[in-house]
Each structure stands twice: as structure tokens, then as C-alpha cells.
Design a protein around this ligand. Structure first.
Ligand code: NAD
Length: 444
């Protein structure tokens, strides 16, 4: 599953052709290795809003070096700009003033984060200015290059101290394939920061349910949550029992083989988690299927099976676990949507309906959850798995290149995003749908 074009584009002849023909030049993205510092280099902070003063301290708790007085010669790994102080369109020039001199001074795979106030929480010219930040960050994401990422984080009033886990994720290689995203902290639910005792093992003592855990993205989710300290309970269909068991044994986890669409599946899962683990802290609805056909040729089976696995099962399981009180206080429910559910895709009316429904599930649960329980979703773009390896060459090439990173993402990129939502430090991160798509150029 290696990316042959990427290797070629980095060879001497490849580099020449890429330059002269204006072809995409995918950069080898940095990814996180367990135990490594979150940021290898210094982050420059700027801006004059609600967070500016506390930023150096927040970064320090993450072990991240920062400065607000960049020198003339150094290169920097990240830039964090507090734009919460911008209250009118005229003041948006502060963005240019801060960023322009620093754009040529960035190391490879740099990270940029702009902090704003959720526009819906302010009014008048301030609302205009805060909404404008989205165009700035989405465009900078498309032009930054060299494996860089750019995000906008809207921090609600009172949620300033709750930004740490999000900054740790967005400034580190854990967010390698996440760019051009808008994250809301404290916009719904609590504005309080949750506590993380051990930065390297934030999920120590927690129990995580992962559906479809035997392979692909689900396997990586299980591995990353285990790395972060969780006891993983993997679920998969009986046909995948031996892969599931050997992975869960390797991760000192537990397993349950069942079809999540089964009538009694929600009750069986709830019973298992309550009896054997005393509840669950993290629920990841990863299991999913595709049964592509244009709507004109869509049989009832294809439609029903995709909706049942991808949407009805996550909804029924979530509600059963919540109704039975099996989800522990401070827990997190995480859906796996898809960019197809946002932008649509030919041959995927069934799949896109199910995945947009997953976003609907986030919306429907986010205001009704209590006890600090959160609900969020990831929306992966082109992720290199067995599923996408089967896609015909030309379609695969287009899918892989038409994003700001000019390459497909890896299952671990989706898993790291899920681990950020799952962290007890992310209790104020609720109701978000973050795309893990290298900032796809097409679609919504
Ligand atoms: P995959 O086919 O490799 O793995 C899916 C897993 O879910 C398998 O282990 C399968 O046995 C399990 N599963 C399927 N139906 C089940 C059922 N009824 N009960 C229990 N388990 C069941 O797929 P993947 O590429 O790893 O995708 C994982 C998730 O990510 C899916 O929800 C998929 O829609 C989503 N996604 C993937 C991509 C991509 O590019 N690979 C893009 C967007 C979204």
C-alpha cells in the first residue's frame, strides 16, 4: 500500500519533473512516535485577546517551548495567534501583520492555529470579524505547503483553560492529516477543562469500546487508545473473530464478537461492558461498510445494509448505553462519518446518507448529554486501507492527490483524532465534526 508516486516525486528525476510540469509534490508527513515530545521546535505566539496572556503557560504544561518575540534568524515549528481580541473588519489586518513576516521562517510540517470566539456568541462587527477568520485559515491551509496544517479554534468565553488538549493535538504530528478545520471548544456542554494526570497515558484506567476493531482504521484506533492507556474492548463480526482475538490479546484488551446490527446487539454490548468492566468511558462507532451503486440501480439490500451498519447501529447502541447509565461521567461518544457525508459522492447515496446521519447523531446528542459526556465525530477523506487499495488506479490517484497534502492519509491519522476527542482533557470539546482529509480540495 506504499504511495509509489510520492516516492517517485522525491527521487532526483521525479523532483525535476514535478518542478517543471507543476505536478503535485507530496511531502513525507511527520507522525507522532510514542513518548516523543509533542512539538520538536519552538512555537511563536501572538495576538491580544482573551487567551494571549495564558498561552505560554498552557503550552508549557504540554512541554512546548514558545516565544512571543521571534528573532530574525530562527525557524519555527508552529504559530499560535489569539484573534479573540479582533472586534472589527479593520482589525483583521493584525493577521497579516503577524503571519506574513513569519511565513518564510517555518520548519517542515509546521503547525498554525488561530484562536477565535464562536461567532454565534458575539454580535455586530465583532461577529463579522470572528466569522472572517474561517476564510483566512482555510486559505492559508491550502497555500502553506511542506506538510503544514492550519486550523481555526473557536474558544467560548470561559473555556480558555480547556484549550490545552486541543492545542496539544493540533500543534503535534498527531494531527498530520488534519488541516483547514474549524474546532469549537466550550460552545455546547461544559466549558471546564478535564484533568489529565499523565500526559503520555491520558486514558489510564479508562475503558474504550471500538466497533470494527479487527482491521483497517479500527485496528489503529484500538492501538492508539491502548498506547494512551485505555483497556480496549474490540467488537467485530464472528467472521473476523480470530483477527479480533489476536489483536485484543496483543493489546491486553477484551473482545465481543457480534454483528452490531443484531436486534439484541445494543443490550449485549451494554450488559458486557457493565458486568465485565463496570461501564465504559470511550465509545467509538467505527464499524462501517460501503455498497456502492448509482441510485438508479440501488437494490433494497444495498440501501438497507449500509444504513443499518453505519447509522442505525451507532444510534441504537449509543442510546442503549446512555439509557442504561453504562457510559461513565466524563465519557465520550465518537462517530466515524466520512467526507462523502458532507460533500456527497457518485454511487454513494446510501453511504453518504448514513454518514451525514452520523453527523446528525452528534447534533442530536450534543445538547442532551449530561455528566460531562461528549459526542463528536471524525470525517475521514481518502485513507489508505485495504478498502481503498481496491479502488481502480485512476480514481485512486485523483482521490489521493486532490487535497492540500497531495497524498492519502493513514489509519493512524484518524485514530489520533479520535484519541484527542477521547482524552479526559477534552471535556469541553463537544459537538464537533473534524475532517481528517488533508484538506480535500473538492466538495463542501
Ligand atoms: P474496513 O472494511 O477495513 O473495516 C471495517 C470493520 O468493520 C471490519 O473489521 C468489519 O468486519 C467491521 N464490520 C462491518 N460490519 C460490521 C457489523 N455489522 N458488525 C460488526 N462489525 C462490522 O474499513 P475501514 O476503511 O477501516 O473503515 C472504518 C470506518 O471508517 C468505516 O466506518 C468507514 O466508513 C470509515 N471511512 C473510511 C474511509 C477510508 O478511506 N478507508 C474514508 C471515510 C470513512
Amino acid at each position: 500500500m506504499s504511495d509509489k508516486y510520492q516516492s517517485f516525486s522525491q527521487s532526483p528525476i521525479g523532483k525535476l519533473l514535478v518542478k517543471n510540469l507543476g505536478l503535485p509534490a507530496p511531502m513525507a508527513l511527520e507522525r507522532y512516535t510514542a513518548g516523543a515530545p509533542l512539538v520538536e521546535g519552538t512555537v511563536v505566539t501572538g495576538g491580544t485577546g482573551r487567551l494571549a496572556e495564558s498561552l505560554p503557560g498552557l503550552l508549557d504544561t504540554l512541554g512546548v517551548a514558545s516565544t512571543d518575540v521571534p528573532d530574525e534568524t530562527s525557524t519555527y515549528k508552529g504559530l499560535v495567534f489569539d484573534a479573540t481580541g479582533l472586534t472589527s473588519a479593520e482589525q483583521l489586518s493584525a493577521l497579516r501583520d503577524f503571519f506574513t513576516p513569519l511565513m518564510r521562517r517555518l520548519a517542515t510540517c509546521p503547525r498554525v492555529v488561530v484562536l477565535g470566539t464562536p461567532p454565534e456568541q458575539v454580535s455586530g462587527s465583532e461577529r463579522v470579524a470572528q466569522r472572517a477568520l474561517e476564510g483566512f485559515t482555510r486559505s492559508l491551509g491550502k497555500e502553506i505547503g511542506r506538510g503544514g496544517t492550519v486550523q481555526l479554534v473557536y474558544v467560548a468565553e470561559g473555556a480558555e483553560a480547556a484549550t490545552t488538549s486541543t492545542l496539544g493535538f493540533l500543534l503535534s504530528p498527531k494531527s498530520a492529516y488534519v488541516s483547514g478545520q474549524v474546532v469549537r471548544i466550550g460552545a455546547t456542554g461544559t466549558t471546564e477543562a478535564g484533568t489529565v494526570d499523565d500526559l503520555l497515558r491520558p486514558l489510564q484506567g479508562k475503558v474504550a469500546l471500538v466497533t470494527g476493531a479487527s482491521r483497517g482504521i479500527g485496528e489503529q484506533i484500538a492501538r492508539v487508545l491502548h498506547r494512551d492507556g485505555a483497556t480496549v474492548v474490540g467488537v467485530d463480526v464472528p467472521q473476523a473473530a480470530s483477527e479480533l482475538q489476536s489483536l485484543m490479546k496483543e493489546l491486553d484488551g477484551d473482545w465481543l464478537t457480534l454483528d452490531i446490527t443484531g436486534k439484541d446487539a445494543p443490550q449485549r454490548i451494554a450488559h458486557h461492558l457493565a458486568e465485565k468492566h463496570g461501564g465504559v468511558d470511550v465509545v467509538v462507532h467505527n464499524a462501517g461498510i460501503t455498497r456502492d451503486k448509482k441510485l438508479a440501480n440501488m437494490g433494497e439490500d444495498r440501501w438497507d445494509s449500509v444504513i443499518a451498519v453505519n447509522l442505525t447501529a451507532p444510534e441504537r447502541i449509543s442510546r442503549e448505553l446512555l439509557d442504561q447509565g453504562v457510559v461513565n461521567a466524563g465519557g465520550s461518544i465518537i462517530g466515524v462519518a466520512s467526507i462523502a457525508g458532507i460533500a456527497g459522492n457518485v454511487g454513494q447515496t446510501n453511504y453518504a446518507t448514513s454518514k451525514a446521519g452520523v453527523i446528525g447523531l452528534v447534533d442530536s446528542l450534543k445538547d442532551e448529554l449530561r455528566d460531562g459526556i461528549t459526542v463528536n465525530a471524525v470525517a475521514p477523506g481518502f485513507i489508505v486501507t485495504q478498502m481503498t487499495a481496491a479502488v481502480p488506479f485512476a480514481t485512486r490517484e485523483v482521490g489521493q492527490r486532490l487535497n492540500a497534502m497531495a497524498q492519502g492519509g493513514l489509519p493512524v491519522d484518524v485514530a489520533e483524532t479520535i484519541a484527542w476527542y477521547a482524552s479526559p482533557g477534552s471535556t469541553a470539546v463537544n459537538g464537533n465534526v473534524v475532517r481528517v482529509c488533508g484538506q480535500m480540495m473538492l466538495g463542501a
